[in-house]
Ligand binder design. Structure first.
Ligand SMILES: Cc1ncc(COP(=O)(O)O)c(C=O)c1O
Length: 440
């Protein structure tokens, strides 16, 4: 009864305050009131959620990570290789820039597309390192992490009735984001023989069979395989795309500073002849500068797309954090290349160690050694009849080791290992995994 009174009072208050608005609808206060009455007779009406949600899967990585955090809160010690974030701190100058920004009064909204300083620094960085020229005023949109930029890019490029080609194995957010914008994901399988990279002929066939395809997701380097498409392969992909002028390429290059090939290069798709006008490039600071918590990423695209995404962002979050943006300026202007190169050396050592340990494990194979990012996707299908989810659950329960099931990346029978952690943690993890598999 008390609750009813509260709800009734709330309904009246809402009604009163709303009645002063031009858009007030009496129906709104009536429905609040009928909720109160229904509550009174103990048959609460449950307003339905957005039907779109029934199609969306929660992120498995986030689920596993939440489980880890819960176990840790209960006093357990868990070895976690599930989350994709570097274990080191951002460079000191970045932290200092953030502090200076706060103390210097940079605590207010910025322009929707980001501060002029950051957009200028991004444009200069893309021009000098990737050979792509963007107008910092009209072609760069800074957002709250690359993830938001991917979503806004998709929202700008496609919608209901369209299809989004997602090469598998994929970052799990891609198909879910496609659904969120009302489009349908079309999974383009890649093969171990092709190094889990896009096969141009298979892409051609896929696009021919899917005339509604409006976007191709291109994750390069790839999460979760660590595959890096060479310039030659990207050029072949671009050649195929010439036949399909309506397809926009959403090039997620967030891992482009973590490449372990001899030349260490990752070509920007937008830099290929004819591709600039139809490519939306995504990048950010989470992986390269270990700035995951700053939530800072960006989208670079021809004005048409950039303008559309800034309109969307203006209605969704306004702008990225002013303090993070100041830190981002420092990340691009003050951090010496040697800091980034040193991280690549360290990460490569970790990759090599994990590969070497996995090679010793019976029934585990890494057919495609990663060349970039910080993930390995070993095949463990010899265990659990290929049920990687159950394997990960039991591994977490019995050995307190957290990996992410490959099924959520469109790669059943595999598990994803993130090696962006300390060497000590990696050694513990590899011992735990070996012992667990040997016990089966
Ligand atoms: C492929 C890919 N794109 C984008 C992101 C998002 O990065 P951010 O932290 O900048 O939102 C991630 C993070 O895991 C990722 O793996």
């Amino acid at each position: 009864m008390t609750r009813t009174v509260v709800f009734t009072a709330t309904a009246i208050l809402i009604g009163q305050s709303l009645s002063s608005c031009a858009a007030f609808s009496p129906a709104a206060s009536t429905s609040s009131f009928s909720f109160a009455l229904n509550d009174a007779v103990n048959t609460p009406v449950e307003p339905p959620l957005n039907p779109l949600l029934s199609q969306i899967k929660p992120s498995k990585t986030v689920e596993v990570f939440s489980l880890v955090k819960q176990m840790e809160a209960e006093g357990e010690t868990v070895t976690s290789l599930c989350v994709g974030e570097p274990d080191f701190a951002p460079p000191q100058c970045v932290l200092d820039a953030a502090t200076a920004a706060m103390n210097g009064g940079q605590t207010r909204y910025t322009a929707v597309t980001g501060t002029a300083d950051l957009r200028k620094a991004i444009a200069e960085d893309l021009k000098s390192r990737k050979g792509v020229e963007y107008n910092p005023v009209t072609e760069i949109v800074v957002g709250n992490g690359a993830k938001q930029c991917v979503y806004q890019g998709l929202l700008a490029a496609c919608g209901a009735g369209d299809e989004v080609v997602v090469p598998a194995p994929y970052w799990p957010s891609y198909p879910e984001m496609a659904l969120l914008v009302g489009a349908s994901p079309v999974i383009l399988e890649t093969s171990v023989d092709d190094g889990y990279l896009i096969n141009p002929d298979a892409l051609d066939k896929c696009l021919e069979e899917h005339p509604k395809a409006k976007v191709l997701m291109l994750c390069n380097p790839s999460n979760p395989t660590g595959g890096v498409h060479s310039t030659e392969l990207l050029t072949q992909i671009a050649k195929v795309l010439e036949k399909y002028p309506n397809v926009v390429i959403l090039a997620d290059e967030i891992y482009e500073r973590l490449v372990y090939t001899d030349d260490g290069q990752c070509t920007s798709f937008a830099s290929l002849p004819g591709m600039f006008s139809r490519t939306i490039t995504i990048n950010g600071f989470s992986k390269s500068h270990a700035m995951t918590g700053f939530r800072l990423g960006y989208l670079a695209a021809p004005e048409r797309f950039a303008k559309a995404t800034s309109v969307l962002q203006g209605q969704i979050t306004s702008c990225a954090s002013s303090v993070s943006q100041a830190a981002g300026v420092s990340a691009l202007n003050d951090v010496d290349d040697s800091w980034l190169e040193n991280n690549v050396v360290i990460m490569k050592e970790k990759r090599d160690y994990v590969l070497q340990e996995l090679a010793k494990m019976d029934g585990v194979s890494v057919s495609v050694p990663p060349n970039g990012a910080f993930y390995v996707l070993p095949d463990v299908s010899k265990y659990y009849n290929g049920d990687d989810t159950q394997l990960c659950l039991d591994l977490l329960k019995e050995k307190k080791l957290a990996l992410v099931p490959g099924e959520s990346f469109g790669a059943p029978g595999t598990v994803r290992i993130s090696y962006a952690t300390s060497m000590e943690e990696l050694e513990t993890a590899m011992t735990k995994l070996r012992e667990f598999l040997e016990s089966l």
